[in-house]
Ligand binder design. Structure first.
Ligand code: DOR
Length: 448
């Protein structure tokens, strides 16, 4: 198969190059010259497109086993492939949770033949109850590299310390959902002007900050590798910046929704914007972007959180938190973060405050945050995110950076359609995705 006419962008930079794929690997990269398609080879048109290593998501809720009405591994992986991903880490807050070898094996089994590589994360504690550690060594033996109770934070600092000690012995990473449950209380949206105006209980930014600070201190003590999930608050970014400077082994992620949206979007009481941690102020959003720009935040991860209509179409207090993201993550990120930055149609002035100072990221930095850095954190670099070079596994995405499209929830491949970006025009669309040399997404499907 020949991927013809594109510009390859990877860790080595950017160059005009055709890419010849044979079997599961890249056979030849023709820099600055057209390669001839061998007899019988298919040609994938990449003209005007970026050809990059496939994206890697550290944070996707695929809901199987147990909540297949929301998503399955098959539908989630399909959504991922359409979004340009060749690998996703499946979060363990399933039912039952991935706190045993049996469930991890089940996920691995279900993932066979999926449209992308699905890697199960394991829980930190049994049942995600925060009381007893999971059999982390057994999970690691099955290839689990990320341990997380995502959905809630581990409230007991002594237990978290032990988890970090075990994770470092096992060569794993603690992927940390940072929210102090006592400070969160019954809060459902960011605590501040918007929660007051809407008459809704607030979830303060300090609930995230205190657990970030606690776990940075524990990571310093234990030497563990800590990955901070879905950061949302400016104070958390500042804490990570200081810890990184002092040598703590920490990586951090932000989601496209926290990088693109603020609490003002909740003004219409739409539960599509309810998520944990909540959308916060424009100052928080801009601090996340700044963190991404200076490397304090390493990764953009989706926190793809599908929910069926009955879980979302209720009051703000009752509605399930979370939003789907696999099919929109790259386009939202390209639209609002790239240089020159574009914008979303937005609900109010506060959402834009500070954005005039945003100069935008280079495409290479964006792809680093969505492909090779997350691959490295999850220990997947041998297969994903690698340079596009002869002999490398052909896990690739081909993206048209100029293509504009409008998000239509009903067209998403995910079984759930709870997107906050419904009706938004985005710039940047995946044209093809190749998984181990197989074109799992080809132009027609990507243009739906
Ligand atoms: O909004 C969220 N939804 N945040 C999480 O941490 C979990 C996720 C879910 O599983 O629905």
């Amino acid at each position: 198969m020949l991927v013809a006419g594109g510009t390859v962008v990877d860790q080595g930079g950017s160059r005009r190059a055709d890419v010849l794929v044979k079997g599961e690997v890249v056979a030849e990269v023709g820099e600055g010259r057209a390669l001839r398609a061998p007899a019988g080879a298919d040609v994938l048109d990449a003209s005007g497109c970026v050809v990059a290593p496939g994206l890697v998501d550290l944070h996707a809720h695929l809901r199987e086993p147990g909540a297949e009405e929301a998503e399955s591994i098959e539908t989630g992986a399909r959504a991922a492939a359409l979004g340009g991903y060749t690998a996703v880490v499946a979060m363990p807050n399933t039912s039952p949770p991935a706190d045993s070898a049996a469930v991890v094996r089940q996920v691995l089994q279900l993932a066979k033949g999926a449209s992308c590589d699905v890697r199960p994360a394991g829980t930190i504690t049994l049942g995600r109850e925060g009381r007893v550690l999971s059999p982390m060594a057994e999970l690691a033996a099955l290839g689990v590299t990320l341990f997380t109770d995502d959905g809630t934070g581990v409230q007991d600092p002594g237990l978290m310390r032990r988890a970090m000690e075990y994770a470092s012995v096992l060569g794993g990473v603690i992927a940390d959902h940072c929210e102090d449950a006592y400070l969160v209380g019954a809060g459902v949206v960011n605590e501040g002007a918007v929660s007051s105006a809407l008459g809704l209980p607030g979830r303060p930014a300090v609930a995230e900050e205190v657990m970030v600070l606690r776990d940075l201190a524990l990571a310093r003590l234990t030497g563990a590798r800590l990955h901070l999930l879905h950061l949302s608050a400016a104070a958390s970014v500042a804490a990570v910046r200081a810890a990184t400077a002092s040598g703590v082994q920490v990586t951090a992620e932000a989601t496209p929704h926290h990088l693109a949206l603020t609490q003002e979007w909740l003004a219409g009481y739409s539960t599509a914007f309810k998520v944990n941690p909540p959308l916060r102020t424009s100052a928080d959003m801009m601090a996340l972007r700044q963190g991404l720009s200076d490397g304090t935040i390493d990764v953009i991860a989706t926190d793809h959180a599908p929910h069926p209509p009955e879980a979302k179409e209720t009051s703000m207090c009752e509605a399930a938190p979370g939003m789907v993201g696999l099919e929109t993550a790259l386009a939202v990120s390209m639209t609002v973060l790239l240089d020159p930055p574009g914008s979303l149609s937005s609900p109010g002035r506060d959402n834009e405050a500070g954005q005039e100072h945003w100069t935008g990221l280079p495409l290479e930095r964006l792809l680093a945050a969505m492909s090779w850095l997350p691959a490295k954190i999850a220990g997947l670099s041998a297969l994903h995110g690698g340079p596009v070079a002869p002999g490398a596994p052909a896990n690739l995405c081909v993206v048209d950076p100029a293509r504009k499209w409008v998000v239509r929830p009903e067209k998403l491949a995910s079984r759930s359609h709870n997107t906050p970006f419904a009706g938004q025009e985005l710039t940047g669309k995946v044209r093809h995705t190749l998984l181990a040399g197989e074109p799992v997404v080809v132009a027609e499907e990507a243009q739906r």
